[in-house]
Design a binder for this molecule. Structure first.
Ligand SMILES: Cc1cc2nc3c(=O)[nH]c(=O)nc-3n(C[C@H](O)[C@H](O)[C@H](O)COP(=O)(O)OP(=O)(O)OC[C@H]3O[C@@H](n4cnc5c(N)ncnc54)[C@H](O)[C@@H]3O)c2cc1C
Length: 313
């Protein structure tokens, strides 16, 4: 099923992002975590591509498993860095043949600190990839793309970044998912500016609960997300106390998600980092919101609240 079909019935969605595990033991843990999260019946799940050194083959294997063996609506991330048009065409047809109907089309970054050198037979930006895929009837995908509430690191201004985002949506992106951010003022302000620019599709906030302060700090610096001063002041003194950080991070994410859902954001996309505990705990705290919202639009939906003794890894 296309995610745009789900949007017709769910005013607010909740979805999970996974990345393909690389080693045997992490694959075992992944199976446990993903299994627990699936009990929450997410609206859809997504699998990253190439991020953190993951391979394309593993992304394709995992989306195939989610979509065809576990019956979840699955979106395959796909990045075009270094790829030729011929390769992209081959990969899109492979995903299509697999029964995948949703792709998250992303430019990607070169590995390490290498300089980006677009392939002359390939694509310069996410919008070029979106245009290529959207204009080819044989694929017929629902297309997602990335958005940056705090402005993409390479952009010279937020205005220019928004113009480029508009180009991506006009090229055929059906909806957007944001990069992680830690204060909703970035999202609301961005949404407002995007609407004024004429970007009218759903912009789903991407949320990551801070459960390991040092790790999130590293991610934030890689993605250009700001950790606001008040959060740093609250968390820094406890950064070596796992339990305290977990509770603080969960409180913060709960507050963030309540504000988003209560004020009409089109759902939440959880960056799970392949772990289930934080997402399950967060979902439990938000279950009233999800119950109200989803039953209003999807009459047959019976919320499945996880049992308290659920395994959280
Ligand atoms: C939701 C989401 C999912 C992601 N999934 C993955 C993943 O699976 N694997 C992975 O490796 N990475 C992933 N990333 C990270 C992503 O690869 C990087 O953020 C990358 O730097 C940008 O890719 P993009 O397609 O979003 O950017 P683009 O839309 O290509 O924009 C990148 C920069 O170029 C500028 N730009 C865009 N179009 C033009 C134009 N026509 N002319 C001039 N400038 C332009 C933009 O303003 C911006 O500064 C994801 C990011 C997000 C938000």
């Amino acid at each position: 099923m296309k995610i745009t079909e789900i949007f017709k019935h769910q005013k607010q969605t909740f979805s999970f992002e996974f990345f393909p595990p690389k080693k045997y033991l992490t694959a075992v843990k992944f199976g446990i975590n993903a299994g627990q999260l699936m009990k929450l019946h997410p609206s859809f799940v997504t699998v990253t591509y190439g991020a953190g050194g993951g391979t394309q083959e593993n992304t394709f294997k995992l989306v195939n498993l989610f979509q065809n063996e576990l019956d979840f609506v699955c979106m395959a991330h796909y990045t075009c860095i270094n790829a030729t048009k011929e390769k992209v065409d081959y990969d899109m047809r492979t995903l299509k043949d697999m029964g995948i109907e949703n792709v998250m089309l992303i430019r990607g970054d070169p590995p390490g600190n290498e300089e980006r050198k677009p392939n002359p037979d390939g694509f310069d930006y996410g919008s070029d990839l979106v245009e290529f895929v959207a204009n080819n009837d044989k694929y017929d995908f629902c297309i997602g793309a990335g958005a940056y509430p705090e402005t993409h690191q390479e952009a010279t201004s937020s205005e220019e970044d928004l113009d480029n985002l508009k180009r991506k949506v006009d090229a055929g992106a059906d909806f957007l998912v944001t990069q992680m951010y830690f204060h909703n003022r970035y999202y609301w302000d961005f949404l407002d500016r995007a609407r004024k620019k004429g970007i009218n599709c759903r912009i789903i906030p991407g949320i990551i609960p801070i459960t390991n302060f040092k790790q999130i700090r590293k991610f934030a610096s890689m993605t250009g997300a700001t950790i606001p001063e008040d959060i740093v002041r609250k968390m820094e003194p406890y950064q070596d106390d796992k339990d305290a950080i977990y509770e603080l991070g969960l409180d913060l994410a709960t507050e963030q998600c309540h504000d988003l859902l209560d004020n009409g954001a089109p759902g939440i996309h959880f960056y799970t980092l392949n772990k289930s505990r934080a997402a399950i705990d967060l979902y439990e705290r938000l279950s009233d919101e999800f119950r109200t919202v989803r039953t209003r639009y999807e009459k047959s939906f019976t919320p499945r609240i996880p049992e308290t003794n659920m395994l959280k890894v």
